[in-house]
Structure formats: structure tokens, C-alpha cells
Design a binder for this molecule. Structure first.
Ligand code: ADP
Length: 464
């Protein structure tokens, strides 16, 4: 199959979140399965390192290579993309994001034609590349070049929709007949994510449970009705984990490597983590780790309610994250009050993240909603037992056989589940079994890539 991936961020070139991991890893697996893949993304200011070996294709387009020989094309535009941020800066979202991603989307479609890449599938991700799907079914509809091309649209988080004022609509170059409730309009605004949902052949999200959840009022952020109308075309495929990065056997950041067969090394990592975090070095006390954006989505509202009680339990808690100022302040106060219990790190720190995944006993991830989630997958591969709320990808990947799961989103239930974990930790033989069970999981991209191929086949069978 010929597959064109359109994404606004792709590892290793640019990343703000999980979308970049998917857009970077999936094409490599698809190529390994024998498919022909190209990737198209904007050329941000940061994409200039010599290691990327970027070459010029023509005015406004350059390229690099990933995987074996996947071309990654960069749509260039000095005014729109040569900036520090991908979507915004400290002041918020860039005001001209509609112009920026319209430029990118038109550029991507024109490029496919110029390089004569007649894609069987164009696979778009999130609102930033939704205009590719919209243009294909509007002003490019009658272009014979795209006649046999079908589309897949992946939603990574339905909370981010790409909303713009109505008066910017003429910039899209499509008629006002597309600005209505059935198409791009959302409460008198332009909604690009909605447009992507309406105009794609197949829609998917990053876990089966989240695919169901977003069709409900509670999780749909107002788009549940749009998805409901297309429910036969909505699917969920779990993200994979990049085991070349997240593997306790080969991890260069941790004090001692370990594996399923040689699990004792993890004790060294725990002691190392306690030491660098200024916590008492004690193998017997359960050590909870958090690596997360500090946001309500990640469960910090109930964690904040529960934190005093948690700090009075017999445990230690290491938190690494940045995000909402209110949680910076609240956790800062708690860390000061309980210095022997809580070690707080308000920053983005990849090395420390690896050490927390490896050195903790339990990984705390009580997300209110979670499209897929990476933290729980990483922690399991390091034998660190996840404690999660039963939602989205967490519900699909963590069970009571390899983790701790609560199913009512209340601080009291969070506390109860922590108590359960603390108690379970006392029986070291049982705990070892739990660790082994968690480490035996395999969330590799290989399986997910095969599922995507099935989805592409479904899209291909759609009539135009
Ligand atoms: P998100 O919704 O933020 O994308 P995921 O669980 O899918 O959540 O992925 C988050 C990724 O970012 C994980 O790999 C996690 O380890 C990493 N991460 C989050 N916060 C930090 C931080 N402060 N420092 C280092 N890595 C972090």
C-alpha cells in the first residue's frame, strides 16, 4: 500500500506529546511490513540539526529520511513556521494558527501531486492536519489525482479541537455551504477536528475504550453526536511502546540495568532514586512515582484532595512534572510540609523520568480521562506496578492482575486503592509475582501497525 502520513509533529523532528510518538513510530513499522510510506509535516525553527541531514527538494519543501527510506517532507514557510513554538508561546496559541495549518495542508496535498505519490491512504492526525481531509472533499474533490485515495483520521485527544472564529472562514477558500452544523460549524465557530471527523473515510482513536467513551456526553467534548452519526466508522487502536527507549535491560539513564530474569537490579535503582530525591533509603517502604503533566486530566484534582491523607501513610512519593500553576503551588506546599515523604521536581527531565520508572515500586496515574497513556505502559515494562483509574487506554492496558485499578473517580477511592497497594507491598513474594506479570506485557508497535493496516483496508473499501 502507498501511505501518506500527515502530522504536525513527528519524533525525532518535533514533539509536544503522544501524537509525535505515534507519527514517528507507526510509519517505521508500516515500512517494515512492506508498505511504501511518506510523512509530511511543517518545518519548524527547531528542525535544522545536522543529524537530520535535511535536503532541499524545491522552493518551500525540504526532506529528511526516517526508518529505512521513508521520506519525511517538510512544508516550509518562513512567516508561519520559523518560530520557537509549534502551536503557540507563553501568551497562548498563535493567533494565525488557521492560516498556518491551512498553508501546511494545502502544501501537503500539492506536494503529493508534485512527487506523483498516488496514495492509497492519507492518514491524518488531530486538528492540525484535518484540513487535508476537508480540502480533499471540497475544493480538491474533482481532482482525478486523488480519485483512488481514501483517508483515516486519528484523534489523539478530543479535548483539543482547533476552534477558530467564524470570520476567518473565508481564509479556507471553501464555500459557506460548508459552514453549517453538519460540517465545520460548532456553536458559531470553525471546528477543524469536527471537519476531520465529517470528511474522513475512517476515524480512529488511540485505544478501544476511549473510542467508545468519546461517543458519550461525558467524554465527547460536544462532538459525541458527530461521532455517533459515524459510529460504524469509529475504531480504537492502542499505541505501542518504543522498547528501544523504554527497556530496563538497556536503559542508559538508570543506575543498574535489570530484566525479568534478573530483577534484583531494580533494588539498586530504588535506592538510587531515594538518594537523589533526598528521601530515606529504605527498601521496605513502598515508593510511588509520578511522571506527568500537572493537569486535571491527569487526576490532579482528586490527588490534590487526597494528598494530605496520602502523605500520612507509610510511603514515599516522587513527583516529576510541570503544568497548571495551582498544582505547582499546592504540591510545593506539601513537599515542604512532608520533606521525608514527598520529593517534588517541577520540570521536564527525561533522565529523571527514566530513573522514576525504574526505581519506583508503584506508578501513580489516576487520569480522569486518558486516550491511551504511555506512563502505565512504560512503568509496567520496568516492573513498576501502575495504579490507575479505569478509563480509556488505562482500562485497556492495566488489569487487577498486573496493577491497581479503581473505578469511581473520587478521592476516597483513590486513597483506598493506595492503601491496598501499600498493604500488598508488604508481601514481597506476591509482589514479585505482580512485577513479573507486569513485565511480561508486550505493547509493541508491531501489533498496532497490523491493526492500522486492517483499518486502511476498511478505508480502501469505501466508495468515494
Ligand atoms: P500525555 O497526555 O501528556 O501525552 P502520555 O502518558 O501519553 O501523556 O505521555 C506522556 C509522556 O511524557 C511520557 O513518556 C512521560 O514519561 C513523559 N513526561 C511527562 N511529563 C514529563 C516530565 N516532566 N519530564 C519527563 N518526561 C515527562
Amino acid at each position: 500500500m502507498k501511505i501518506a502520513v500527515c502530522a504536525s509533529e513527528v519524533v525525532p523532528f518535533a514533539k509536544t506529546g503522544g501524537l509525535a510518538d505515534v507519527a514517528g513510530a507507526l510509519p517505521v513499522e508500516l515500512e517494515a511490513l512492506g508498505h511504501e510510506v511518506v510523512i509530511i509535516m511543517p518545518r519548524y525553527k527547531a528542525i535544522q540539526e545536522p543529524k537530520f541531514k535535511i535536503q532541499k527538494l524545491k522552493e518551500g519543501v525540504s526532506y529528511s529520511v526516517t526508518g529505512k527510506k521513508i521520506k519525511v517532507y517538510f512544508i516550509e514557510n518562513e512567516a508561519y513556521f520559523n518560530r520557537d513554538g509549534l502551536y503557540g508561546d507563553k501568551a497562548g496559541d498563535y493567533k494565525d494558527n488557521l492560516d498556518r495549518f491551512s498553508c501546511y495542508s494545502n502544501g501537503a496535498l500539492d506536494l503529493l501531486k508534485e512527487i506523483n505519490f498516488k496514495a492509497d491512504i492519507i492518514h491524518c492526525h488531530d486538528w492540525q492536519s484535518a484540513l487535508v481531509l476537508i480540502y480533499l472533499k471540497t475544493h480538491k474533490r474533482d481532482d482525478p489525482f486523488y480519485r483512488d485515495t481514501r483517508t483515516v483520521f486519528t484523534i489523539h485527544n478530543i479535548g483539543y479541537q482547533g476552534l477558530f472564529p467564524k470570520d476567518e472562514f473565508p481564509k479556507l477558500g471553501i464555500g459557506w455551504e460548508y459552514f453549517n452544523m453538519e460540517k465545520l460549524e460548532f456553536y458559531d465557530k470553525i471546528n477543524l477536528l469536527k471537519g476531520g471527523m465529517v470528511f474522513s473515510d475512517i476515524i480512529n482513536t488511540v485505544s478501544p475504550t476511549y473510542a467508545k467513551e468519546i461517543q458519550t456526553k461525558e467524554f465527547g467534548y460536544g462532538l459525541e453526536g458527530v461521532l455517533g452519526k459515524r459510529k460504524r466508522d469509529v475504531f480504537g487502536i492502542l499505541n505501542g511502546l518504543d522498547y528501544s527507549i523504554w527497556n530496563p535491560e538497556t536503559d542508559k539513564f538508570i543506575a543498574k540495568n535489570f530484566s525479568l530474569k534478573n530483577i534484583e537490579g531494580k533494588n539498586v535503582d530504588k535506592a538510587d532514586l531515594q538518594k537523589i530525591c533526598g528521601l530515606p533509603v529504605d527498601a521496605k517502604i513502598p515508593l510511588f512515582g509520578v511522571v506527568s503533566r500537572l493537569a486535571e486530566q491527569k487526576g490532579f484534582d482528586i490527588l490534590a484532595e487526597a494528598i494530605e491523607k496520602i502523605c500520612r501513610m507509610k510511603l514515599q512519593l516522587v513527583i516529576l512534572g510541570t503544568g497548571d500553576m495551582k498544582y505547582h503551588t499546592l504540591l510545593g506546599d506539601i513537599a515542604k510540609k512532608y520533606p521525608k515523604v514527598v520529593s517534588l521536581h517541577l520540570k521536564f527531565d527525561d533522565t529523571l523520568a527514566h530513573k522514576i520508572y525504574a526505581g519506583s515500586d508503584i506508578f501513580l496515574m489516576p487520569s480522569k480521562y486518558e486516550p491511551c497513556g504511555l506512563g502505565q505502559l512504560i512503568s509496567m515494562s520496568y516492573g513498576t506496578i501502575p495504579l490507575v483509574f479505569k478509563t480509556g487506554g488505562l482500562a485497556d492496558t492495566v488489569t487487577t492482575h498486573d496493577g491497581f485499578v479503581f473505578d469511581k473517580y473520587k478521592s476516597a477511592d483513590l486513597i483506598k486503592t493506595l492503601e491496598k497497594a501499600v498493604k500488598a507491598f508488604k508481601d514481597q513474594n506476591e509482589w514479585l509475582k505482580l512485577m513479573r506479570k507486569a513485565m511480561q506485557n508486550n505493547f509493541s508497535w508491531k501489533e498496532s501497525a497490523k491493526d492500522y493496516i486492517s483499518l486502511y483496508e476498511k478505508a480502501k473499501s469505501k466508495s468515494r
